[in-house]
Design a protein around this ligand. Structure first.
Ligand SMILES: Cc1ncc(COP(=O)(O)O)c(C=O)c1O
Length: 463
């Protein structure tokens, strides 16, 4: 399912849309030189917005226990947590009685939702999902549907599956973390509701890149991670309908999740508190809320236009390199355009994955980092079924991803580095170390504050 791209080259420069912490960070090359870091790995973890870092610097002196403290700093921290909750709900167009539950990240939020699906209720999901929106359902024995060769056929297959079998929940991604392709969430919500099912959208990739409103789209549940939304301080959310969440047993049994505890029985809290046992991550919540506010000032159309310009520039450059194949799940995804936001100018977010013929993806990623100071992701992107479906080898692909801090200079550097690789090869030698490619005798020191270099790699990478 790879295809050669026909794209129009653009020479206009694109600047960053918002300032991020770490822009222009000097990083060492194996040659001994130093260059500004080209961060093209936003889809894994995006840099913090400067406004987020400043907000946290303001909040940190007041950091104290929340909900149960009588002290002034506790009152400030409690207000900060609860106002952050409301702010995130507003940003996501939550309905009046929707809950905003703080979690650690999207994975945690989806596991919480899986825990709250009413007993006996079945969940339908696609095989193109990130593992976070696949494993909680697979573990429950839910129903997986293979995505068809086109989006239209996939939507028809989903409708047929929902019509054939009573289903409690359809769980889908809003945008693919492998290809960046958007799914038509409003249309999917209508399909689910026609057959009495609810819909949950994994917005880990969607929300940082496009505006999404629960109210306008009809989506019942939405999950996301702060660290992908320019707020890397360890908070995520599950937002959505109250009834399932209030009826389910507490997700984390412990302090804060209760009204009254006896040695024999407990009166559990309802609302977000029921599933937020233990001390909440107030700074993570505040960071996420501040990032939402900042993105809201930019607006959905500007976000989409900025990424679209960068994506087109990258695709135009890659189209000139016949050794490179860009990954797509569906070729007909233009029908998704405009579903999420009427002002959306393209059908994909700023995520482009590709392979280089004859080159191991991890080797290319190591080369880009060591010789050009460019950060990309390689491997199978925690989407093993999709990567197999795309017919890729076990090393997977290379993924370039960008967002509000990215510029056309970042994209041009990636293209120049790939051209050099294909014309002249690498100038350093690389070897496999614990399953990951690394420069032989890597001379780049890790700064002291981080401690010694770690070779531990995620099993999701190129395994
Ligand atoms: C589409 C999608 N869903 C879920 C996740 C999981 O996010 P987290 O690791 O923050 O839980 C990711 C992370 O890459 C993702 O891209």
């Amino acid at each position: 399912m790879t295809e050669s791209m026909t794209v129009i080259a653009t020479t206009e420069c694109t600047d960053a849309l918002l300032p991020v912490v770490g822009a222009g960070l000097p990083v060492p090359l194996v040659t001994g030189a130093s260059v500004p870091y080209a961060n093209l790995d936003y889809a894994a973890s995006a840099p913090a917005l400067r406004a987020v870092a400043e907000h946290l610097a303001t909040a940190l002196p007041y950091y104290a226990s929340v909900h149960r403290g009588a002290g002034y700093a506790s009152q400030v921290s409690t207000a900060l947590l609860e106002n952050s909750r409301s702010c995130i709900g507003r940003f996501l167009g939550a309905r009046e009685d929707d809950l905003v539950v703080f979690t650690r990240n999207t994975t945690d939020a989806l596991n919480l939702l899986a825990h709250c699906v009413p007993q006996g209720g079945s969940v339908l999901y696609l095989d193109i999902e990130h593992h976070a929106n696949l494993l909680p359902w697979q573990r429950r024995g839910d129903v997986v549907l293979e995505a068809a060769p086109t989006l239209r056929e996939t939507l028809a297959d989903l409708e047929a599956a929902l019509a054939a079998t009573p289903t409690a929940l359809l769980a889908v991604t809003g945008a693919s973390n492998v290809t960046g392709q958007l799914l038509p969430v409003k249309e999917l919500a209508a399909i689910a509701h026609r057959h009495g099912a609810r819909i949950a959208v994994d917005a880990a990739q969607l929300a940082p890149h496009r505006r999404i409103s629960l109210t306008e789209s009809g989506v019942d549940y939405l999950v996301l991670s702060g660290h992908k939304l320019y707020a890397p301080y360890g908070a995520g959310v599950l937002v959505g309908r109250r009834d399932w969440l209030d009826a389910a047993p507490a997700y984390l049994a412990g302090g804060g999740a209760v009204r009254e505890v006896g040695t024999a029985a407990t009166d559990w809290a309802t609302g977000p508190a029921r599933h937020e046992g233990g001390t909440p991550n107030v700074l993570g919540a505040a960071a996420l809320a501040r990032a939402c506010e900042e993105l809201a000032t930019v607006g959905g159309a500007a976000l989409a236009a900025h990424e679209d310009a960068l994506r087109r520039r990258l695709l135009a450059g890659l189209a000139d390199l016949p050794e490179i194949s860009v990954l797509r799940i569906w070729a007909d995804d233009e029908v998704a355009s405009g579903e999420v936001d009427a002002n959306t100018t393209d059908e994909s977010i700023g995520v482009v994955s590709f392979t280089v013929a004859g080159q191991h993806a991890g080797w290319v990623a190591a080369y880009l980092s060591a010789e050009h100071g460019i950060g990309v992701r390689d491997g199978r992107f925690c989407a093993h079924p999709l990567v197999s479906k795309l017919g890729l080898a076990a090393d997977g692909a290379i993924r370039a991803s960008f967002g509000v801090g990215s510029t056309s200079a970042d994209v041009d550097r990636l293209l120049a580095a790939l051209r050099t690789l294909l014309a002249k090869g690498a100038s350093w030698k690389y070897e496999l170390v614990d399953g990951r490619y690394a420069p032989v005798d890597d001379p780049r020191a890790i700064p002291d504050f981080a401690g010694p270099r770690s070779s531990v790699s995620s099993p999701c990478q190129a395994d």
